[in-house]
Design a protein. Structure first.
Length: 159
């Protein structure tokens, strides 16, 4: 139940920031957030991360839906029952659902965070959740999973 609440809060936080930006800035307008570091810059992204598959929102919607259903199944079945795995997958699902809601409702994803000190794609709260959750899960899986479960996959070829 706690994970479901966290997913809802992730989606709500993402959607709230997107609503704020879309209602306070015109398309391609910017406003300082942390001067010299990051600004709010309202864009509508019809692609995925780094604008891959631009104008293929339908494909990204289908792929995201399949991935989110898979992650939801992993969470529901507690395939990775360790709390770190569960929380990181919760972040990925919450972020993925936030962007999926945009694609279904709007046909694009609202992005707004723009770094001023480096060339980097504009991103949103959902992207932050997905990236942090993915890195966290990868760290869990690579560093802790075998210790937690007692499994060793190094000898798979010997079976």
């Amino acid at each position: 139940m706690l994970y479901i609440l966290a997913i809802i809060l992730c989606v709500a936080a993402d959607q709230a920031v997107k609503l704020y930006v879309a209602s306070h800035l015109a398309l391609y307008e910017s406003a300082p957030l942390l001067p010299g570091f990051v600004e709010l810059f309202y864009i509508q992204n019809t692609g995925g991360g780094f604008s891959i598959l631009t104008n293929y929102t339908w494909l990204l919607t289908v792929l995201t839906s399949i991935l989110m259903l898979g992650i939801a199944a992993l969470l529901a079945r507690k395939v990775f029952p360790h709390p770190l795995a569960m929380w990181t997958l919760t972040l990925v699902l919450g972020g993925g659902l936030g962007n999926l809601a945009d694609r279904v409702r709007l046909g694009y994803v609202v992005d707004m965070f723009n770094f001023l000190f480096v060339e980097y794609p504009v991103f949103n709260v959902a992207d932050i959740l997905v990236v942090c959750g993915t890195i966290g899960f990868a760290a869990y899986y690579l560093l802790l999973h075998e210790k937690v479960t007692g499994t060793n996959h190094d000898n798979c070829a010997d079976r």
